[in-house]
Design a protein around this ligand. Structure first.
Ligand SMILES: [Zn+2]
Length: 428
């Protein structure tokens, strides 16, 4: 008995160790490399950016390295852009439960991004400084790209095959009808500036405040329906890789996504970023702060830029985002990757905090977050936490006693964002 048991254990141990080392090797081998460059032309000095390549999911473990790129386009001053650049990443990472494996960590990111954006906004507003900022925040882990954004600093993907797609939506009142409706329903007024004689000029703005954006961080002097809740999209690139172009509206007011992507194909990332800025200035001049980050995600066996000239560009081909189905196997994912299809893992743009934070039962391990505010992460006494679902329009379909929970302060902020609290200035 004892002998056979021992023999069996021995027999199991060896393949397990081999399996682990093979997995580690594979993870290292299969990880794409990331090349990047940034270029900027300043007009008002309110654009800021972040490029951080040494982040680690597991501190001290080089295999858990991920990279972060972000652009912050400030308005009415630069304080909000600077504050967000310095604090947002920490607030996002602080909202991810501890001890998660890689897949769980990536799954937890969309919700953590929402919490991190709201916490950063709340903290900045508590400082009593004016100014606000757009945020386009990109996290790259292996082939998985997660983008969270408020405002109109766009992130586009130029995938292999020449298909260009947006990984963000523009939160601009002028173009975004859905956001106009939300702002109006929350008590804001949308209209243009009118000059003497009644003529209306300029883009659609939101009153009070006169902001052209419907989402931002900061902006304490506008209506609270200008929310910091980001649109989030998570995609998995095919093993052919791709190029990301992240830029402030100084670029996008001059160039379409397609033109920007085409203008720099074949150039390495540093030159590509410069080329995009040059192209924008050539067509429109320096009217605004103009910042561009180009990031190439390159297969490990191909050390050159993924956007090198193609033999036969197929103009008719469009990028196919395939929604991930619950039962999709890794085999299927590998097949999709092999034929160059970008897999969409997550997409959500709702401005409702309750929808974005979900329920604890659906978001994996919740034991540690039971008595922590889901937004600002402060510890709550058992009697203090207010369910994100309590008393809201979702309370009929959800369980008001179930987490995630908010502290009283964050609950107030949630109500204000949803237009349930008068936001100071009344517009008739
Ligand atoms: Zn809180």
């Amino acid at each position: 008995m004892a002998t056979s048991g021992e023999g069996r254990r021995h027999h199991n141990l060896v393949p397990l160790a081999a399996l682990i080392s093979r997995e580690l090797r594979n993870e290292k081998l299969e990880k794409p490399s990331v090349r990047y460059g940034c270029a900027a032309q300043s007009k008002k000095g309110e654009d800021y950016f972040l490029m951080k390549t040494d982040c680690q999911r597991v501190p001290g473990n080089a295999l858990s390295t991920f990279t972060v790129f972000a652009i912050f386009d400030g308005h009415n001053g630069n304080a909000a852009a600077i504050f967000t650049k310095e604090n947002l990443l920490n607030h996002v990472l602080g909202a991810i439960p501890r001890g998660l494996g890689r897949d769980e960590w990536l799954q937890a990111l969309p919700r953590a991004l929402v919490a991190g954006f709201v916490k950063t906004d709340k903290e900045f507003q508590s400082r009593g400084q004016t100014s606000g900022t757009t945020v386009t925040f990109v996290i790259i882990d292996g082939w998985t790209v997660t983008v969270a954004s408020v405002g109109d600093s766009r992130c586009i993907l130029d995938a292999q095959g020449g298909a260009v797609s947006n990984l963000t939506v523009d939160h601009r009142l002028e173009e975004n009808a859905e956001e106009r409706e939300r702002v109006t329903a929350s008590g804001g007024e949308v209209g243009r500036l009118s000059i003497v004689g009644g003529a209306e000029i300029g883009p659609l703005r939101c009153w009070p405040g006169g902001l052209c954006l419907s989402r931002s961080i900061g902006d304490m002097d506008v209506g609270e329906f200008i929310v910091p809740i980001p649109y989030v999209k998570q995609v998995k690139l095919s093993s052919a890789g791709g190029r990301l172009i992240i830029a402030s509206d100084g670029i996008w007011d001059a160039l379409s996504s397609e033109v920007a992507a085409k203008s720099c194909r074949g150039l390495p990332a540093e030159l590509a970023a410069r080329q995009v800025v040059k192209e924008a200035l050539r067509s429109r001049g320096l009217k605004d702060d103009t910042t561009c980050i180009v990031v190439d995600i390159i297969p490990p066996d191909r050390p050159t830029s993924p956007s090198s000239p193609r033999k036969k560009p197929n103009r008719l081909r469009s990028l196919i985002f395939r929604k991930k189905s619950r039962d999709s196997t890794s085999k299927l994912a590998k097949k999709l990757s092999a034929v160059g299809i970008v897999e969409e893992l997550f997409e959500e743009g709702s401005a409702m905090l309750a929808e974005r934070l979900g329920t604890d039962s659906s978001t994996g391990p919740a034991t540690s977050s039971l008595f922590t505010c889901a937004v600002c992460q402060v510890d709550l006494a058992p009697s203090e936490g207010i369910s994100v679902h309590a008393g809201g329009i979702f309370s009929t379909s959800s369980k008001p006693w179930q987490g995630p929970f908010l502290c009283a302060d964050c609950r107030n902020k949630k109500d204000a964002m949803e237009g349930k609290r008068p936001s100071g200035v009344k517009v008739v």
